[in-house]
Write a protein of this length. Structure first.
Lengths: 276, 379
């Protein structure tokens, strides 16, 4: 950076900071307010920092059963990620490396279904799950989430595989390994950025989803965290403290994961995108 | 080929054909490689040499024909069952493994039941042979191109395969390193005596390394013979042009027989030819004459048959000078010792050495005269 660029860079920095501030403000406000007493939250001249710092809101949401919701969310999100990666990494490999009849049709279909909004699929999905007896089960939710997210996972994986030199796989084949062993020993370790990117994609969807979960789940024991948060509105009326605390419990793990993995996430997206 | 302790396997291609869509990549390839032989597949890109190698490795399936390795039909065997090793142009080192892990990888393959001690011993032995022992703990991206090349070779050597396939292994190295690796490869082959199939588009590599060279063009094998044989007796104009450091000097024309002997007539140029007997019978035929730079010399005395020419350009090449001289409208490239002191603009008398003359049919390109000898009439 030369001195001549300084004004331009300063302006760019200021604009970035402004955008970041606008995006982060509600979250920071929520985080700070989740440690406030009810009186502090509703103060007519709003204050950023709590007058008295309290864990009371967090204590009350866990007393109300949020632990169970978190467990369900972890189970469903983890299950969805497992199913999507297991199937997507293999299907993507097939698309990237093999010629077969109808390959073009399959590719087009995978891209096409990615553009269908989830909401328009709710009713048919519900009917199907009802017929299969999977309504109101976590297994059902995992299957539905996986069906929604699998196309994007296949796509991320396939485009990333195509950027890997095929000679590596040939070399392993000649060295005495089968296709499957080549996949597990060479291809998948090298596709780690794409696997992480796909994980974050799927996880974000499964962890945050409200509309599919609320449609398919009815009993309290299988509910996921987003529904749990929504229910606080009903349980506590205008009590914002527990609601904000529950929101933070939902946001923080994902944000933390993104911060830790964002390096790979960017690599995965660009690495797959250049040639795709 | 029976007097030396060969450990390699023989290779046969029988009637191999391969198409990609409408382009013919290989057309009826028949090729027999002896055990322990070093064979180069030479040709321009898209000539079918890499297709041949990939079919041999099992990475490509031929449309028709059979491949044998060591007398065994391997046409439908997968690469891991062929007992071959291959070095790729980009080396294909596994980027997520250290050099030692790369070298050990082929030995850890299922079906090769080696203990970890045996593997470690073998890895360090190979590393020592190639002088890469100090690199074992490094990652492939942390070592130089030449070192990566050695690791790739080591990974191929480590399980003592019967057949080595090398796909342009030296083309990513700089010129000097390439020469050194060429020498090392040759020494390695003399020691291992494995069969080596070497793909290259560099005729000097093929010439210096191989026992025999297979020259390809347009999916067809043109000639399969020892390097010198190909150099001296190319079957057609393409082979003659491709083999050799520089392109042959060529001129299109006719041989005419006069009372004073034979002349090659090309436009306004009339080149007197010695050895009338060789040329007589080609009288009147449309031909392409070829002569390599070493056959174009400067006449020293008046009695030699010579052609006046003017020097256009002189290149210095160490021990010799390469000159380009114009005679009529044709440019000839020739060589003289460095101390000849030739300069651009000099008027000279060109002499074409009779035993360096080649003649090809203008229509088919087939050789009529090789190294001054009529085809089908060996000296």
């Amino acid at each position: 950076m030369t001195f001549k660029d300084l004004p331009g860079n300063l302006i760019r920095l200021l604009i970035s900071m402004l955008i970041a501030a606008v995006a982060l403000m509600p979250i920071v406000w929520g985080l700070l307010s989740s440690f406030k007493t009810p009186q502090d939250i509703l103060r007519t001249v709003p204050q950023w920092l709590p007058n008295t710092f309290t864990w009371q809101n967090y204590a009350s949401i866990f007393k109300a059963g949020t632990g169970g919701y978190i467990f369900n969310s972890v189970l469903v999100s983890g299950g969805t990620v497992a199913v999507c990666l297991a199937l997507g990494s293999i299907a993507g490999y097939g698309l990237a490396r093999f010629e077969f009849a109808g390959k073009r049709a399959v590719t087009v279909a995978i891209i096409a279904v990615m553009s269908i909004p989830v909401a328009s699929l709710l009713i048919p999905t519900y009917t199907m799950m009802a017929e299969a007896g999977l309504v109101n089960t976590r297994t059902g939710l995992i299957l539905v989430y996986s069906a929604y997210q699998l196309p994007i996972v296949i796509w991320i994986m396939a485009t990333y595989y195509q950027t890997l030199p095929e000679e590596l796989e040939w070399s392993a084949l000649i060295d005495g390994y089968t296709r499957t062993q080549t996949l597990t020993k060479i291809v998948l370790p090298l596709a780690k950025p794409a696997l992480i990117a796909a994980t974050l994609f799927v996880l974000t969807f499964a962890w945050n989803d409200f509309v599919v979960a609320v449609t398919l789940l009815s009993s309290d024991t299988v509910r996921t965290l987003p529904i749990g948060i929504y229910n606080f509105l009903g349980f506590y009326g205008r009590e914002w403290g527990p609601l904000l605390a529950a929101s933070m419990v939902s946001i923080v793990p994902l944000v933390a994961l993104f911060v830790v993995l964002q390096r790979f996430f960017v690599a995965g997206m660009t690495g797959g995108g250049v040639k795709g | 080929m029976t007097d030396r302790p060969d450990t390699g396997a023989s290779i046969q291609f029988s009637g191999i054909r391969k198409r990609y869509g409408s382009t013919v990549a290989l057309d009826e390839l028949h090729l027999d490689i002896e055990p322990g032989e070093f064979v180069s597949l030479l040709g321009p890109s898209g000539s079918g040499k890499s297709t041949t190698l990939n079919i041999l490795a099992g990475l490509l399936a031929p449309d028709a024909g059979t491949v044998f390795i060591g007398g065994r039909d391997v046409t439908h065997l997968s690469p891991n069952k062929r007992d071959i090793a291959m070095v790729f142009q980009n080396y294909a080192l596994y980027p997520h493994m250290s050099v030692a892990e790369n070298l050990a990888f082929p030995l850890q393959a299922p079906g090769r039941k080696l203990g970890s001690d045996a593997i470690a011993a073998k890895v360090s032995q190979v590393a020592e042979t190639l002088g890469i022992s100090q690199l074992l703990q490094r990652q492939p991206r942390e070592i130089s191109g030449g070192q990566q090349q050695r690791v790739a070779l080591g990974r191929a050597m480590v399980r003592d395969p019967k057949v080595f396939l090398l796909d342009e292994p030296l083309s990513n190295l700089d010129a000097r390193l390439r020469l050194r690796m060429r020498r090392d490869l040759k020494a390695l082959h003399q020691r291992l005596r494995s069969t080596i199939v070497y793909v290259t588009h560099d005729q000097s590599e093929a010439m210096s390394l191989s026992d025999r060279v297979a020259i390809y063009m347009g999916g067809k094998l043109q000639q399969f013979a020892p390097p010198l044989e190909i150099y001296r007796h190319p079957v057609n104009l393409f082979v003659a042009q491709f083999m050799g450091e520089r392109e042959m000097n060529t001129l299109v024309g006719q041989v005419e027989t006069t009372e004073r002997g034979c002349v090659m007539v090309s436009g306004s140029l009339r080149l007197p030819l010695e050895d009338t007997a060789t040329w007589n019978r080609l009288h009147g035929r449309q031909v392409i004459m070829g002569i390599r730079a070493e056959g174009v010399q400067i006449a020293t005395s008046e009695e030699q048959q010579s052609t006046p020419a003017k020097v256009r350009l002189v290149e210095h090449a160490g021990a010799e000078q390469v000159f380009f001289a114009e005679a009529g409208s044709t440019e000839f490239c020739g060589r003289v010792p460095a101390d000849a002191g030739l300069r651009a603009g000099d008027a000279i008398q060109l002499r074409l050495l009779p035993h360096e003359l080649f003649l090809f049919d203008a229509a088919t390109g087939l050789a009529l005269v090789q190294s001054g000898q009529p085809v089908g009439n060996p000296a």
